[in-house]
Design a protein around this ligand. Sequence first.
Ligand code: PLP
Length: 216
Amino acid sequence: MSIAENIKQIKSEIHETATLVAVSKTKPNEAIIEAYNSGQRIFGENKVQELVQKHEDLPKDIEWHLIGHLQTNKVKYIAPFVSLIHAVDSIKLLKEINKQALKNNRVIDCLLQVKIAEEESKFGLSKTEALAIINSEEIQQLKNINIVGLMGMATNSSDESQVKSEFKLLSELFTQLSIINSQLSILSMGMSNDYKLALNQGSNMIRVGSTIFGDR
Ligand SMILES: *Cc1c(COP(=O)(O)O)cnc(C)c1O
């Protein structure tokens, strides 16, 4: 199927309940334009340099999400335009995003990445750390960031019950934190292999790459 057909298919599966982030990392501008011409406006990249280059080259009404790990020293490159940062995993990083957003006279939306997978390598906060950030006076005083939700990645496994229980954990934490902080509205979970499971567990934002653009 074509890129446009793949997007149409996924959108028909998620109805209006979730937002689709088309993950275009490593893919050429032509592929993104094809998705754009079919109506897709939200794209996700995981590398700062690639994101900056694509923002420069492509239509200005694209909403760019950074979905990958972000180093503090690279925030300045994306602060002028990024519309959502998915993988925030420290107070230090939040402070730097706030500082760079202020310089650009913007308020930047952020998601806290929570570690739900078993693998050691995955980044992210523990539930306790996420709760501490949501409750932090110091963070509430940062005027140029908004923490608008949570993001997580399940273990890359064919064991559906494991993936499902990891998504369920994050979904429950999201519900719990939403009671404390009414600004939380986005639950970003689910990728090509597991977005259906994620949607069943309450995801309202899925990040899909290979199912749209083909293998990387
Ligand atoms: C690459 C990536 C995705 C998309 O992965 P696919 O399996 O290609 O859908 C989603 N989220 C993050 C954080 C990624 O790095």
